[in-house]
Design a protein around this ligand. Structure first.
Ligand SMILES: Cc1cc2nc3c(=O)[nH]c(=O)nc-3n(C[C@H](O)[C@H](O)[C@H](O)COP(=O)(O)OP(=O)(O)OC[C@H]3O[C@@H](n4cnc5c(N)ncnc54)[C@H](O)[C@@H]3O)c2cc1C
Length: 423
């Protein structure tokens, strides 16, 4: 690195200090690279994309050049081969600089993490595994070579994305593939992704819809019958551009299957931490709210007058309380992320719900307290805190593990063992 390259100077301490959290050296290096990329590339672009509710396509092109689109693509397919924990820690670092970009990146990366390291953990027959490996290499090649973007539109506005019903978007098996019909709401990367990683129900004529027949298909954005409709003017996470997708008799070739038949259903039931992948973005936002507050109260925030406010006891107490919540959240989340695996214990699953709930609710609470403690000038739109406040509020709404669903399950599963009733 040239000595004058200020952009590359490591000015933000890692959220998880590699020595303190005993990170493998390789993971620490990768996470550090992502953090520097976030500071250099995401931070200066975040405000404008938020204001315009526009997708940061140029950032994703930069991510391709940097190899970040392929962070979870296995090494033998040309990627960085990051596992679940390394990815989550890296995504948290991006969330500090632009929540919306980190969240969109998550949608893309999950298409590789779930088909990669996670699928390797799931039982498949030798034939299924060979077929899966052949197909995923096709997807990985598009990402590694062409910088293709994948997204993850699951939500439909009903109970399916919460895991309580079969997806209403359906795939009718036909010669050489499927014909897909349906609608997905809140589709981050709509209009920007090259492939929409759609969850749908495979349903032959006359058959009943069943969640076991969930298919995970990469629908080419350019395929005939795919349209993006509706506007997008939300409270937060504006740069995700999560508009509505319509699929009208879209033919999707069989090779676009991101997982073999039945494997998504198996993954959702035996690898539940896959749904924790929405939380890293919000952990990054929690850290950003805290960092902003410390810097502002010290009179060191770039772009603001060097007025110190740290000498007031109420400010000190607020920062102490923020630090306690942040450390609690980080410790719990790190533990939950470290426990991700196939067939986790009941305790591990309950801890994952607790971590998800804590990150999503605490990120929002920290941003709210940051505004109260920093004061009026800190909530003006020319500073990042106002955006962090709005973005952080969205975390609790994210299916399938919304804050309410986490509470529901934690209460019920803490009081009842599987199959237990009060009759
Ligand atoms: C910024 C942002 C980006 C997003 N990006 C994506 C994306 O890329 N892909 C994607 O798939 N989604 C995305 N989402 C959507 C998100 O995950 C939710 O699906 C969306 O917020 C649902 O809105 P809703 O009003 O339908 O939710 P809700 O009405 O809260 O829930 C939807 C349905 O789930 C069921 N449900 C709700 N609570 C429970 C419960 N406690 N127990 C059982 N069932 C329950 C109900 O049937 C309910 O109708 C995004 C959301 C935001 C805010």
């Amino acid at each position: 690195m040239p000595a004058h390259d200020l952009d590359d100077i490591d000015i933000d301490a890692p959220i998880f200090d590699p020595a303190a959290f005993r990170l493998p050296e390789r993971d620490a290096a990768l996470i550090g690279e992502v953090r520097r990329f976030g500071r250099r590339t995401l931070a200066p672009r975040a405000a404008q994309h938020d204001r315009d509710a526009s997708f940061p396509l140029e950032t994703f092109r930069d991510m391709h050049r940097q190899g970040l689109l392929a962070i979870c693509v296995p090494k033998d397919a040309g990627g960085a081969g990051a596992g679940f924990a390394a990815y989550c820690l890296a995504a948290a670092e991006l969330g500090r600089f632009c929540g919306a970009t980190a969240l969109s990146w998550n949608m893309h990366v999950c298409s590789t993490l779930w088909t990669g390291a996670l699928a390797d953990d799931l039982p498949m027959s030798a034939a299924e595994r060979a077929e899966h490996d052949r197909r995923r290499r096709l997807h990985y090649r598009r990402i590694v070579t062409d910088g293709a973007l994948y997204s993850q539109p699951f939500s439909e506005g009903g109970a399916a994305a919460a895991g309580a019903a079969a997806f209403g978007t359906e795939a009718k098996p036909v010669d050489g593939g499927f014909v897909v019909n349906g609608k997905k709401i809140f589709a981050s990367l709509s209009g920007a992704a090259d492939y929409y990683g759609v969850l749908c129900t495979e349903r032959a004529a006359g058959a009943a819809a069943n969640r076991r027949n969930t298919l995970y298909l990469a629908v080419p954005a350019k395929a005939k019958g795919v349209t993006v409709v509706g506007d997008w003017d939300p409270l937060g996470m504006r740069a995700t551009v999560s508009r509505t997708l319509m699929f009208n008799d879209v033919f999707v070739p069989e090779d676009e299957m991101l997982m073999p038949r039945g494997v998504y259903f198996r993954a959702a039931s035996s690898w539940p931490h896959m749904f924790l992948t929405l939380s890293p973005t919000y952990l990054g936002l929690a850290q950003a709210a805290y960092d902003f507050t410390v810097s502002y109260l010290r009179g060191e925030l770039p772009g603001t007058p060097p007025v110190k406010r740290r000498m007031f006891p109420t400010k000190q107490i607020a920062v102490a309380e923020m630090r306690i919540v942040l450390e609690q959240t980080k410790a719990l989340w790190f533990q939950a992320v470290s426990e991700a695996r196939a067939n986790p214990s009941k305790e591990q699953v309950l801890r994952a719900y607790t971590a998800q709930f804590s990150v999503m609710e605490n990120a929002s609470a920290l941003a709210s307290k940051a505004i109260r403690s920093c004061g009026g000038q800190a909530m003006l739109k020319n500073l990042a805190l106002e955006r962090i406040f709005r973005d952080s509020r969205c975390g609790s709404l994210m299916l399938p593990w919304t804050a309410e669903i986490c509470l529901d399950r934690l209460g019920r599963e803490s009081l009842y063992e599987a199959g237990e009733t009060d009759d």
